[in-house]
Design a protein around this ligand. Structure first.
Ligand code: GNR
Ligand code: NI
Length: 185
């Protein structure tokens, strides 16, 4: 496994449409393992392949579930890893009800905004082994899957904000990048 570099806005690659994967082979499984390692290290709860510069329709997620049954006197919660991989994910149905979550994105560092999205979605995909699967995501998981599938279309959560808010964020990120470039030189 290896850590990969996460691209940040503004970056043309993040606006590219990712291509469907033909089938799951060892190389693609290695990509998914690297993406999970990169996501955990960030840390984040989801990652699309294009965020590490690979324009393939692959996403990984881990909405860690906290196990309260094992809580100690300190009400510590046991966090278990629950990695999920989705190849060629497609939303085949979504609810008309929306829910609002505060979203962030590893490609839009330090920026957060409340975004409304359908609160349930039915997703069709290939799993880590290339097996066709379907499931219904709800709540935070539904938001996260839609956020990741947006990446495959070159869409970022800031695209849902007003022009003014979005341009302020992009300006900030551009400045940050220019400052980083100066330090590197
Ligand atoms: O780590 C992440 N947190 C998050 C929070 C709310 C909604 C979506 C996300 S996904 C994000 C990681 C990321 O950028 N995935 O593309
Ligand atoms: Ni993101």
């Amino acid at each position: 496994m290896a850590l990969r570099e996460i691209l940040t806005e503004p970056n043309k690659l993040l606006r590219e449409k990712s291509l469907a994967v033909e089938g799951v082979d060892e190389d693609l499984q290695k990509l998914m393992n690297d993406m999970l390692e990169t996501m955990y290290a960030a840390p984040g709860i989801g990652l699309a392949a294009i965020q590490v510069g690979v324009p393939k329709r692959v996403i990984v997620l881990d909405i860690r579930w906290r196990d309260k049954s094992e809580s100690t006197s300190d009400e510590k919660q046991v966090e278990r890893k629950n990695p999920m991989c989705f190849v060629n994910p497609e939303i085949i149905a979504k609810s008309t009800n929306n829910s609002i979550y505060e979203e962030g994105c590893l490609s839009v560092p330090g920026q957060f905004a409340e975004i409304a999205r359908p609160d349930k979605c039915h997703v069709k995909y290939l799993d880590y082994y290339g097996q066709p699967k379907e499931f219904v995501a709800e709540g935070m998981l539904a938001t996260c899957i839609q956020h990741e599938i947006d990446h495959l279309e070159g869409i970022l959560f800031i695209d849902y904000l007003s022009k003014l808010k979005k341009s302020m964020i992009v300006k900030k990120l551009t400045k940050q990048k220019e400052q980083l470039d100066r330090i590197v030189i």
